[in-house]
Design a binder for this molecule. Structure first.
Ligand code: SAM
Length: 342
């Protein structure tokens, strides 16, 4: 994130995200940094350290490389508003220790760290290339109360009760065993600690998925047809899109007071249709479709996407309809006193 973008994140929002000057963020002394460092994943992890093997391969392969490289990631309006909405529902206080699950390139982790001025944030992710970009962004921003670690959040042994808040933007839908994963995250939280998650609603509500996928399948953007015709299984991205299932997973994982609220935040992938078309061909379901369809050239795919996205161009970028669940819950136990930082 560059300086201009950080300022836009702080200023261009209706949400109550505290504005901080960078000089107010403490650089942690090495002994203090230990507080935010979880054991076992300081080096590069291998397939032996994960149970979500397909995800590990994907996010360390073409998918992760594309996300890590994307110049637009973190620069567009839909992405920015979603980050800010997550930070708003997380209610991060100055002393909170925040765990960001599936942090990707770290934008939400850095925002959390800026809120937790006397605490800090740990971002965990499977993807080495995305974490490298996150660490570079933290260093460039001079944000010292943040640590990024490569780990499978489903099984990683986080120190028990060591976080006040766990957050995730689009990072919790990929677990092979979501109940086990959320239970593991719950153990990392102090008793009564908060969970705040943003995840997508059904594909039928997500034009950002249906419109480009329909264009590549060569079918009208009728959500049910597009979902039915997508090759293979229903994408993992939508595994928690049924609110009843989402609620059930959280309850079975031991969380209390689970709340699942709808939001409608459009998503964008570029400033213009041609820019968005190229971004979409580099990652996600559209990249996968292009890879699968031997008869579809990159040029033809790009032309089809550009035509489908053109009607959504606006002065704020190419905004495609998006609907999310804003999820909050508490780890079991007293909502009372936080554990003192040692
Ligand atoms: C859709 S991306 C979202 C990234 C980021 N939160 C954002 O919104 O830009 C999903 C992220 O979750 C990560 N992820 C998937 N499964 C994971 C797991 N079991 N443990 C940790 N991270 C995981 C992926 O590596 C990827 O970076």
């Amino acid at each position: 994130m560059n300086r201009r973008h950080r300022e836009r994140l702080a200023e261009g929002t209706a949400f109550a995200v505290k504005k901080l000057s960078l000089s107010s963020i403490p650089i942690l002394a090495p002994d203090r940094e230990q507080q935010f460092t979880t054991p076992g994943s300081q080096g590069v992890i291998t397939a032996m350290d994960v149970v979500n093997h397909d995800q590990f391969q994907a996010w360390n392969g073409a998918e992760g490389a594309a996300w890590a490289k994307s110049p637009k990631q973190g620069e567009n309006r839909g992405f920015t508003e979603t980050c800010l909405r997550l930070i708003a529902i997380a209610g991060i206080g100055p002393e909170d220790r925040v765990l960001d699950i599936g942090c990707g390139t770290g934008e939400t982790t850095l925002l959390a760290a800026r809120q937790a001025t006397a605490g800090g944030a740990v971002g965990v992710d499977l993807s080495a290339p995305m974490l490298r970009r996150a660490r570079r962004a933290a260093a460039a921003a001079g944000i010292g109360n943040v640590v990024f670690e490569q780990a499978d959040a489903q099984i990683h042994s986080f120190p028990e009760g060591s976080f006040d808040v766990a957050i995730s933007m689009y990072g919790v839908m990929f677990f092979a065993d979501p109940v086990a994963a959320f239970a593991n995250i719950g153990r990392a939280l102090r008793p009564g600690g908060r969970l705040a998650v943003v995840c997508p609603q059904q594909p039928e509500e997500c034009g950002w998925y249906v419109i480009p996928v329909a264009a590549l399948l060569g079918v009208p953007p009728a959500p049910r047809d597009v979902v039915a015709q997508y090759p293979g299984e229903r994408p993992a991205m939508f595994s928690l899109s049924d609110p009843a299932r989402l609620h059930d997973v959280l309850v079975r994982a031991g969380f209390a007071d689970a709340s699942v609220e709808p939001a409608r935040l459009p998503q964008d992938f570029g400033r213009t249709a041609d820019e968005a078309a190229e971004t979409l061909l580099a990652s996600g379901p559209t990249r996968y479709l292009l890879e699968q369809d031997e008869l579809l050239s990159w040029e033809e795919a790009r032309a089809r996407l550009e035509a489908a996205l053109k009607p959504y161009e606006s002065s704020a970028g190419v905004l495609l309809p998006g609907a999310q669940w804003l999820v909050t819950a508490h780890a079991p136990g007293s909502l009372g006193k936080r554990r003192q930082l040692s």
